[in-house]
Design a protein around this ligand. Structure first.
Ligand code: GDP
Length: 447
């Protein structure tokens, strides 16, 4: 896929405050002309020329390096020019103005990466990873974004697509020959093939969810009855006093959110109001928001104490599927119990004290693990959009399996067609202009 852009774009591409060096990046057909004018002769490809950048009247703007990357071997796939000067915003502005005078216009946010995508240099998931790499808040997140930028995630999606296409060919062929003696649809090979694709999808979905947590941070909703110690716990973990700790029930009326970094793993903790029925108007609003918070959480951390633990497990009842559950039996200092941990029916239980801090290290370790710590070399970053798409594919594949089991070949084929379309949206095979606008519009200028 290549598109011919007649416009040349330019932007200041260095980070604000970067020590010493400033970069103006230019991409498009006018680059050879701009380079030659600034250098006074044709630039050698990929060679660092020392150049005197001059304005229209021959006045020196700055002295720096000029690099020309001819099309198509460049970031955007077009002619690209990089002008490295001194990091002064005034000089960089002047240099940018000069480049625009010579035939470029100001680039929109993300326009360089958008051109790279349109010229087939990157697929959509890779382009998103560029933005995620720049925005990464932890070393683990940066490493994961780098993996996605290198195409690790995209290759997994492509492999799934290939399997899906092979399956579609099989199913479509089976419905095209209904008059044959043999019932092709009942062929166990089709069933096996479909199961194979589903297994691959479920693996990829799980890893993409982990990639999303690495990228966005783990979302933890702290739930429990009023006075269980939720605010105290939030304060103990974040070391702040933002949550109001109070001995009367029902003080935390709104949802309080805190970001936290545990050994480089990003976490977002939300202290929810106690999820109980209430007559108080303001508190009812808090409870409503707490329910909303749970819909977007990765982990529900139930705070309770030794007396209420069993009764409070009902808090888990309304949780959406896929939310990890942790139970913290708080106030062990008051009840004179030892700190401990135990795994019961897939749920991790911990005994600790938000007041003294005893036992909280175990909680920190669990949170770090859930946030993706130690997820190893191959971990890639992903976005919510990707996870949602994979979940949608999962539903289509389940439906396809059901239709197939009932011999409804046409309906199964339609589910598979939709699976392929949704999957294609991840890497950009099927993306609408709206989607592209939303993705590239969120980049910073110069990328
Ligand atoms: P929330 O309503 O769940 O947010 O509960 P708070 O954090 O406001 O705590 C309610 C009360 O329990 C306060 O008086 C806290 O000081 C007390 N509290 C919280 N955690 C502990 C703990 O681990 N040990 C003891 N002894 N008291 C605690």
């Amino acid at each position: 896929m290549t598109t011919e852009n007649t416009e040349t774009i330019a932007a200041i591409a260095s980070a604000p405050g970067a020590a010493g060096v400033g970069v103006v990046r230019v991409s498009g057909p006018a680059v050879p002309h701009i380079a030659e004018t600034l250098l006074g002769r044709a630039a050698q490809p990929r060679y660092a020329h020392l150049a005197a950048f001059r304005d229209n009247g021959g006045e020196l703007i700055d002295r720096g390096l000029l690099l020309h990357f001819p099309a198509p071997a460049s970031y955007t796939g077009e002619h690209v020019l990089e002008l490295q000067g001194h990091g002064s915003p005034v000089l960089l502005d002047e240099l940018l103005r000069r480049v625009c005078e010579l035939g470029a216009r100001l680039a929109r946010p993300g326009e360089f990466t958008e051109r790279a995508f349109l010229n087939g240099k990157l697929d959509l998931a890779q382009a998103e990873a560029v933005a995620d790499l720049i925005a990464a808040r932890s070393r683990a997140a940066a490493r994961a974004a780098l993996q996605s930028m290198e195409g690790v995630f995209s290759r997994r999606v492509d492999s799934l697509l290939q399997g899906l296409i092979a399956l579609r060919v099989h199913v479509e062929a089976a419905i095209d020959f209904p008059e044959e003696e043999i019932d092709f649809l009942a062929d166990p090979a089709i069933e096996r093939q479909l199961q194979g694709v589903r297994v691959e999808l479920v693996d990829l979905l799980r890893e993409a969810q982990r990639g999303l947590r690495l990228n966005d941070g783990l979302r933890v909703a702290i739930i429990g009855r009023p006075n269980a110690g939720k605010s105290s716990l939030l304060n103990a973990l974040t070391g702040s006093d933002r949550a109001i700790v109070n001995a009367t029930a029902g003080t935390t009326r709104d949802v309080l959110r805190e970001s936290l970094s545990l050994d480089g793993m990003a976490l977002e903790l939300a202290d929810t109001a106690g999820l109980r029925d209430t007559d108080d108007e303001v508190e009812r609003e808090g409870v409503r928001r707490a329910h909303g918070e749970l819909q977007r959480a990765d982990v529900a951390l139930l705070v309770t104490d030794a007396q209420h633990a069993v009764a409070d497990l009902t808090f888990f009842q309304t949780l959406p599927a896929g939310v990890e559950r942790l139970v913290l039996i708080n106030k062990i200092d008051r009840d004179q119990i030892a700190a401990a941990e135990e795994r019961r029916e897939g749920v991790d239980w911990m005994w600790a004290s938000a007041k003294t801090g005893e036992g909280l290290d175990t909680l920190r370790e669990h949170l770090k693990r859930l946030a993706g710590a130690g997820s190893g070399e191959g971990a890639f970053s992903a976005r919510r959009r990707h996870v949602l798409a994979l979940q949608q594919v999962d539903v289509h594949l389940q439906d396809a399996a059901n239709e197939l089991a009932h011999g409804a070949g046409e309906l199964a084929a339609e589910e598979l067609r939709q699976s392929q379309q949704v999957l294609g949206e991840i890497t950009g095979g099927y993306s609408s202009d709206d989607l592209l606008g939303a993705i590239f519009g969120s980049f910073c200028i110069g990328k």
